[in-house]
Design a protein around this ligand. Structure first.
Ligand code: GLY
Length: 370
């Protein structure tokens, strides 16, 4: 049941290995990268309690020694303070230019450790071992690394591709249902942005996948990673097509800001709601059929996820307030909001040509339905 997706980025090419049981084999899989049998692992405490021993055993089975740093869990770890801590710890551990660092965790750890590796000795290699569904299908692949600053999320960072990604689908069993489904928001996004057949497959299979079917999980992660690899290969540094990966994200980032980046709305939940709104906007602009937004929302609901603004607990700003928050998104170019719209399911495109009134109307109606 093991799958490998190659990311063909020339000198920065690498494999994403997907399947059950990869922790046990981590040593064998990582060994070909190592100049000496030693790695440094950076993780966070919650993930360490669940998976660090398995990874250490897998490395040990191939004769690889490891030292490990456990950071606090949570988004606030993506900070200058922890970037300095990780970088200096790696130096203290005498990690040399040709050594390899392993990032074990979700998106926070992957982004932080990737950034530390980008700057450590002007760049050391790292292996991503993503432990959330979101990290397996999105953040561990494609080389975006970074931290949050006082001014906003992901505002300091670097493109630094991993040398290998090990997406062990067994670890997904340790996720709570809400976190799994939040990650699913990003899986669904791939079907919506570029593969109608995959979206139809998800409509058929995603409930069984969420319930635990391993073969379906491997297939869904593989197709998501293939699509991400394809887009990243076309546009590594987001000059164009890579922005397609932000389908639903302009609405999502505004809603995350409006809810204070709290557990009122997880990122993947915001992506799912945002995809529904992006299709609603596309339908109103006459770009796609009226049925498409209903189909998107029906699938989100069928998965038991938040589908509408009404599903977000607590108060939200009015439409003008949400629109203002959209304007603060970092994808604003010269004051114009870049949107990802769709001509149909699987047919997303990037545009900056979106009338403000149309966005206001979609938001007003969505907020009135609360
Ligand atoms: N998560 C969006 C990207 O990697 O470009």
């Amino acid at each position: 049941m093991r799958e490998t997706v190659h990311v063909p980025l020339g000198a920065r090419a690498y494999d994403v290995v997907i399947g059950p049981g990869l922790m046990e084999e981590a040593g064998t899989l990582i060994a070909p990268l190592l100049p000496r049998p030693r790695v440094a692992v950076v993780t966070e405490k919650r993930v360490a309690a669940l998976h660090l021993a398995a990874l250490e055993n897998g490395l040990g089975a191939a004769g690889i020694d490891c030292v490990a740093l456990e950071l606090p869990p949570g988004e606030s770890t993506k900070s200058w303070t922890h970037l300095a801590q990780v970088t200096e710890w790696l130096l203290d551990q005498k990690i040399e230019r040709r050594d390899v660092v392993v990032a074990l965790g979700g998106g926070v750890i992957g982004d932080l450790v990737g950034f530390a590796c980008a700057i450590l000795r002007r760049g050391v290699r790292f292996v991503q071992v993503p432990t959330s569904l979101l990290a397996q299908v999105d953040s561990s692949v494609g080389g975006k690394t970074g931290i949050n600053t006082a001014q906003g999320k992901n505002l300091a960072g670097a493109f630094h591709q991993p040398s290998l990604v090990l997406a062990d689908t067994d670890v997904l069993a340790s996720l709570g249902p809400r976190d799994f489904l939040a990650g699913y928001g990003e899986v669904m996004k791939y079907g919506l942005l570029g593969d109608a057949t995959f979206f139809a497959w998800l409509e058929e299979n995603a409930q069984a996948m969420a319930a635990g079917d391993v073969a379906l999980r491997v297939a869904a992660v593989k197709r998501s990673v293939e699509m991400k690899a394809d887009i990243v290969t076309r546009d590594e540094t987001e000059q164009g097509d890579r922005a397609l990966l932000n389908l639903g994200h302009t609405f999502c980032h505004a809603l995350e800001a409006a809810t204070g980046y709290s557990d009122r709305l997880l990122h993947g939940e915001g992506v799912a709601i945002g995809c529904g709104l992006a299709f609603e906007l596309s339908a109103r602009l006459g770009l796609c059929s009226q049925e498409d937004p209903s189909r998107v929302r029906a699938h989100i609901k069928a998965m038991g996820m938040k589908a509408d603004l009404a599903d977000i607990p607590g108060d939200l700003p009015d439409a003008a307030g949400v629109l203002d928050l959209m304007g603060q998104d970092k994808k604003v170019v010269a004051g114009t909001l870049n949107f990802i719209l769709a001509r149909g399911i699987g047919e997303a495109f990037v545009t900056s040509d979106v009338p403000r009134d149309a966005v206001m109307a979609v938001l007003e109606d969505a907020l009135t339905a609360r």
